[in-house]
Design a protein. Structure first.
Length: 317
C-alpha cells in the first residue's frame, strides 16, 4: 500500500505533469486553426522558432498573427514599426494601428488613412481618398461611389460613377451604366465585349450574348472564353461538356478542331453514360467521374495544346 506521505507526493507529481503540459499547450490551444505553438518555453510557427519573444505576454491573434508586449508577428516574422497598443486585425487582408494601414503579411500601405479605412469584400477596401485591392491603390477611383460588381462567378470587376475596373486597372472607355458581367472574366457594355478587362477585338457588342459555361456568341462567331471557334456552324453548334463541342461538320476540343473526328457519331461518356449534346442555352451540372471520348473509328485518350496546336492521342476501336 502507498503511505499517506507517498500518496501526497504522487498527487503533487501528477499535478506538476498536468500543469507543465498545459503550459506547453496553452497557446496553441488558444487558436486551433493557428500554427503557432509553445514547446519548452519556445514559440514556434510550424517548425520555425520565433526569436526574442516575451513568452509571458505572448498571445495568438489568429492563424497568421500573434503578439507580445513589444511586437506584432506575421507567421514567424516580426513586423517592424507597428504600434502594438492600437494594432487591430480587420480581416485576412488588412490590419491597422493608429498610424498606418497594413496589407497582407503586415506590409504598410503607403498613404492609407487608418481612421477612415474600411474593408469591403474580395480584398477591396477604401478610405476617404482612395480605393484599394489587396493593398494596391486603384488610381483615380472615387471612394464615395465605388462598389464591387457582385456576380456569383466573378470577383474581378468593380466600378465607380465614371469608370469600370478590372482588379486594379481602369478599363478605358468602359461604360459603368451599361456594364454587365457574364461569367468569370467575360463582360460587356453597350460599346464593347471584354475579357479580363481587355476589349475583345472584332466582337459585335450589340448581338453578343452569353450562352453557357465558357461559351458565347455574336452574329458572326461562336466563342470559347476569349477565343473564336473558327468555322463553327451557328445553326448546328452544340456543347457536350466544357471542353468538347461539335456541329454538323466538326468536333472541337476547346476552340480547336479535332481533325478526323466523326461529328455524327462522336460521343462522350460520363460515368459510363452517354452525354446527350444540348443547345448552349440549356443548363447543365458538372459531373465529376471518368470521362471517355469515342466515335465510330477511334477512342480518344488525351488532348494537349502546345503553341496553339492540338495533339490528340487516340486508338482504333
Amino acid at each position: 500500500m502507498i503511505g499517506k506521505k507517498n500518496y501526497i507526493l504522487v498527487i503533487f507529481f501528477v499535478l506538476f505533469i498536468i500543469i507543465s503540459c498545459s503550459k506547453n499547450r496553452a497557446q496553441s490551444a488558444f487558436n486551433k486553426e493557428s500554427r503557432y505553438k509553445v514547446i519548452e518555453n519556445k514559440v514556434y510557427y510550424d517548425n520555425i522558432v520565433l526569436e526574442d519573444v516575451d513568452l509571458k505576454s505572448f498571445i495568438i491573434l489568429n492563424k497568421y498573427y500573434a503578439r507580445d508586449k513589444e511586437n506584432i508577428y506575421w507567421k514567424e516574422e516580426k513586423i517592424d514599426g507597428i504600434d502594438t497598443d492600437s494594432f487591430e486585425i480587420l480581416d485576412i487582408n488588412y490590419s491597422r494601428d493608429r498610424n498606418n494601414v497594413y496589407g497582407f503579411k503586415g506590409i504598410k500601405i503607403e498613404g492609407a488613412d487608418p481612421e477612415s479605412f474600411k474593408v469591403l469584400n474580395d480584398a477591396y477596401a477604401k478610405d476617404k481618398t482612395s480605393v484599394y485591392w489587396d493593398g494596391k491603390k486603384l488610381e483615380r477611383a472615387d471612394p464615395a461611389t465605388f462598389k464591387k460588381i457582385n456576380h456569383p462567378n466573378s470577383v474581378s470587376y468593380s466600378m465607380d460613377k465614371d469608370n469600370v475596373y478590372y482588379i486594379t486597372e481602369k478599363i478605358e472607355g468602359a461604360d459603368p451604366k451599361s456594364f454587365q458581367i457574364f461569367h468569370h472574366s467575360l463582360a460587356k457594355d453597350n460599346n464593347a465585349v471584354y475579357w479580363a478587362g481587355e476589349k475583345l477585338q472584332g466582337t459585335d457588342a450589340k448581338s453578343f450574348e452569353y450562352l453557357e459555361g465558357p461559351y458565347s456568341r455574336d452574329k458572326n462567331n461562336i466563342y470559347r472564353q476569349e477565343k473564336i471557334i473558327n468555322g463553327a456552324d451557328q445553326k448546328t453548334f452544340e456543347m457536350i461538356n466544357s471542353v468538347i463541342s461539335k456541329d454538323k461538320n466538326n468536333v472541337y476540343y476547346k476552340d480547336l478542331i479535332i481533325n478526323g473526328a466523326d461529328s455524327q457519331t462522336f460521343e462522350v461518356l460520363e460515368c459510363g453514360k452517354k452525354v446527350k449534346p444540348r443547345l448552349l442555352e440549356s443548363k447543365s451540372e458538372v459531373i465529376k467521374c471518368l470521362v471517355e471520348y469515342t466515335d465510330k473509328n477511334y477512342i480518344y485518350e488525351d488532348f494537349t495544346i502546345e503553341d496553339g496546336e492540338l495533339t490528340v492521342t487516340k486508338k482504333k476501336r
